[in-house]
Design a protein around this ligand. Structure first.
Ligand SMILES: Cc1ncc(COP(=O)(O)O)c(C=O)c1O
Length: 367
């Protein structure tokens, strides 16, 4: 029996899902494996030609001395912060209240590393420069997430990043980049990954979000830092005897998609404008700054769900498989543009959004 929600089940039947790169099924692995020479040796506990070449390639892309492949960003980032805390002799770090570490990692920093987190800024906006400049507590490290996913993928101006970096250097505070979606911010900033990473002491990037791989992360920085991170990776059991299914797929989809980020970004701007022309709908941010944004609909979740299901069945266009309740009057979902968007005929997409607008105009809900 299917465990999918009715919305997810209707979404799965659509011919034209709007976000992402397609289904996360075994074809993601098969596309890569089928092209490979089966006699190539596996990596062993983080060593071997293949993994080392990939790490060197990523270090060069990020403009860092060294890079280490990790099975997950959760592991990589907790380790990065642990290293910076040990070096400073301070067990405190600061980050946004909706950082992945704060809301999705079951208190890993505190439980595994006895590191306290200082939450900077508010849940509905970016951390401001003055909040960093005025921070009174001694911290070992400040973590910035670019883009800030939980508020729709917002970004500070580049000059602000430069000012934050200069302040941290002057104060001896390490600056770490949660760059799970780093590639996605480059078109907006009109910078290279290395330009951005030069402002940070350590950097994490992911291979399964905008890149669409299976899993995996890179942690990069100076050699003294990455050498310590390898020891911690071993302690955490992150040195799987073979990581090749992850780094090979990571490398494959990185090459296939990293240059498409400007296209995804433009398409996100186009789609957000269509959403904003619908009754009761707004996007966060109103004009996206990356390939992602959040859609907010001023209706309770249980009122929007049947509208979307009917829309998917009628138009074949799938807007989202999931609805998040924001409060009793509002719900929403995240959009992240990938390869699927270009496959939708423009007229079909427009028709679907017009249908959404018409359904929301008709809805009987007290405002
Ligand atoms: C911003 C951000 N940081 C860190 C992570 C953790 O990555 P992983 O799932 O590889 O542990 C995620 C995952 O969604 C993320 O979105």
């Amino acid at each position: 029996m299917s465990t999918l929600s009715p919305l997810a089940a209707a979404f799965r039947q659509t011919e034209y899902p709007v976000g992402g790169h397609g289904r996360r099924n075994l074809d993601v692995l098969k596309e890569v494996i089928n092209e490979l020479d089966g006699t190539v040796e596996s990596d062993i506990y983080g060593t071997g030609e293949g993994i080392e070449a990939f790490q060197a390639e990523m270090a060069a892309y990020l403009g860092k001395e060294k890079a280490v492949f990790f099975p997950s960003g959760t592991m990589a980032q907790q380790i990065a912060l642990r290293i910076w805390c040990d070096e400073a002799g301070i067990r405190k770090v600061a980050y946004h209240p909706l950082s992945h570490l704060e809301i999705h990692e079951e208190d890993g920093l505190r439980e595994l590393h006895q590191i306290q987190s200082i939450l900077l800024g508010e849940k509905d906006r970016l951390i401001r420069l003055d909040e960093i400049l005025e921070l009174q507590e001694d911290i070992a490290c400040l973590l910035l997430e670019l883009p800030q996913r939980e508020i729709g993928g917002e970004l500070p101006p580049f000059e602000e990043l430069v000012a934050i970096s200069a302040h941290c250097r002057a104060k001896g505070i390490k600056l770490h980049l949660d760059g799970a979606r780093l590639y996605e911010v480059l078109p907006y900033y009109q910078k290279t990954a290395a330009d951005i990473c030069a402002l940070f002491d350590s950097v994490y990037i992911s291979f399964y979000k905008g890149i669409g791989g299976i899993a995996g992360a890179i942690l990069a920085g100076e050699e003294a830092f990455t050498a310590k991170s390898k020891v911690w990776k071993r302690r955490h059991g992150g040195d799987l005897i073979s990581l090749y299914p992850y780094y090979l797929t990571a490398g494959h989809y990185f090459k296939q998609r990293v240059h498409k980020m400007p296209q995804y970004y433009e398409q996100a701007v186009e789609l957000a404008a269509l959403y904003n022309s619908c009754h009761l709908v707004t996007t966060l941010p109103r004009v996206p700054v990356t390939n992602m944004f959040h859609v907010r609909v001023a209706l309770p979740k249980d009122k929007l769900e049947p509208i979307l299901i009917a829309l998917y069945e009628e138009t074949g266009v799938g807007l989202s498989h999931f609805l998040r309740e924001i409060n009793e009057h509002t719900c929403g979902f995240e959009v992240s543009i990938g390869d699927c968007y270009a496959r939708i005929p423009k007229n079909e997409l427009k028709r679907a959004l017009e249908r959404l607008d018409a359904s929301l105009q008709e809805v009987n809900w007290p405002m």
